[in-house]
Design a protein around this ligand. Structure first.
Ligand SMILES: *Cc1c(COP(=O)(O)O)cnc(C)c1O
Length: 404
């Protein structure tokens, strides 16, 4: 494949939302006009200097951007001579990178004159970030969530409600994320004149993979400048965890044209059999799901397979179409990390650096530690996508006896 990475962000995806064969918008006819409206609005409003300046101000004054790049000297020393750095997205307001695109989507909704934000959530992280954005912009917020997930994720349900969002329990099927997506889509279909649908990662039908990526690239553009200021050069390698693929896309895309190795890290959970992991690129096949064409994990009937990871933000049976594309192009390498390796990294970073990472981010830290051991020299920049407070209860219950 002959890809010009210098002009990549302008040229990919194409107008129909395709990155090569991946992407697109596989949606019911009733929704085509609604998605076109969002795409048109994105292409005009978000390129205006008024929008850009307002988003810049929000990022600085409300989100606390730029987030720092931090040199983990003690963690690096404990391994060898390769130097590990972290882009501290855990210090973003509300504790993770997700607010980067939720504030962008919220601001776009306001400019479009919409009154309500609609979304689904699995573990609740996207729901909390979107409820935060809705409160900031004075918009209504409706979050669809499987009844099973509502029981499991009580603290995030409480956060959404405190922030003023309406949490709609989804009571059909398996009552988890997949049904929540269907329910949110149905609600959006009824209300698309007044509402906008907000996706939580670089997944779903066009224009979401492009829009969410563009809002997240603030991470990589900041990090590139900060790293050069600190060291006088670019990092030798980038590492980020891949669930749907938004925090990784945000860090990676501004470095595509550079001589930098790029590694996306998938969750291998507790084993390599279907149902034990969520390593969509490592073990997936081409297919269409949730309105877009990508690589996905299928069961023996060809349906989306059950997935598992101790990091609930990573357990998605597919991946953003741009990742499928850049995997095929060979520009990004995809590796995996098990639950156990992630837990080890969770404690290493906490104890050597005083930073408690989210279990999702711990997957990236774990792979960076492996890479540092292999490389022996050079520098590695990790996207620390979120903080670990949300995971403390689980970690203590499951691993407290071993580590505490
Ligand atoms: C949701 C989440 C992820 C995974 O989502 P991506 O779209 O792959 O970035 C990773 N880290 C944290 C902290 C999350 O909340």
């Amino acid at each position: 494949m002959n890809i010009n990475y210098q002009s990549y962000l302008k040229n990919y995806p194409d107008e129909k939302g395709f990155f090569g064969e991946f992407g697109g918008a596989y949606i019911p006819d009733e929704l085509k006009a609604a998605f076109k409206e969002i795409d048109d609005a994105y292409n005009t409003i978000c390129k205006s200097s008024k929008f850009i300046n307002e988003l810049r101000r929000i990022r600085k004054e409300f989100q606390g951007r730029p987030t720092p790049v931090y040199h983990c000297e003690r963690l690096s020393q404990s391994i060898g001579n390769a130097q590990i750095y972290m882009k501290r997205e855990d210090l973003n307001h509300s504790g993770a990178h997700k607010l980067n695109h939720c504030m962008g989507e919220g601001l776009l909704a306001k400019y479009m004159g919409k009154k309500k934000l609609i979304a689904e959530t699995g573990a609740g992280q996207h729901g909390v970030a979107l409820a935060t954005a809705a409160a900031f912009f004075g918009l209504e917020c409706e979050i669809h969530m499987g009844e099973v997930d509502i029981k499991k994720q009580a603290p995030n349900v409480a956060r959404m409600k405190v922030l003023g969002a309406k949490v709609i329990p989804v009571t059909f099927g398996l009552k988890t994320l997949k049904e929540a997506v269907d329910s949110a889509f149905m609600a959006y279909m009824k209300e698309y004149k007044d509402a906008i649908y907000c996706i939580g990662s670089v997944v779903g039908p066009h224009p979401f993979p492009k829009m969410v990526r563009d809002f997240q690239t603030v991470v990589g553009f900041e990090a590139r400048e900060q790293f050069q200021e600190m060291t006088g050069e670019l990092p030798d390698a980038l590492v980020a965890c891949v669930g749907g693929g938004s925090n990784s896309a945000g860090l990676f895309m501004p470095f595509l044209a550079d001589d930098v190795e790029i590694y996306g890290v998938e969750p291998m959970g507790k084993g390599h059999k279907i149902g034990e992991h969520a390593a969509s690129i490592t073990y997936g096949e081409p297919g269409v799901m949730h309105g877009f064409n990508s690589i996905m994990l299928k069961d023996d009937k060809g349906e989306p397979a059950p997935v598992y990871s101790n990091a609930s933000g990573l357990d998605y049976p597919s991946v953003g179409p741009e990742h499928a594309f850049l995997h095929k192009a060979g520009r990004i390498k995809y590796k995996y990390v098990t639950d156990e390796e992630a837990i080890d990294a969770f404690f290493k970073l906490s104890r050597l650096e005083g930073i408690i990472p989210a279990l999702e981010s711990s997957h990236a830290v774990a792979y960076a530690m492996k890479l540092a051991k292999e490389k022996k020299t050079g520098s590695i920049l990790v996207n620390l996508s979120g903080r670990g407070d949300k995971d403390l209860e689980y970690v203590i219950e499951k691993h407290g006896d071993k580590f505490l």
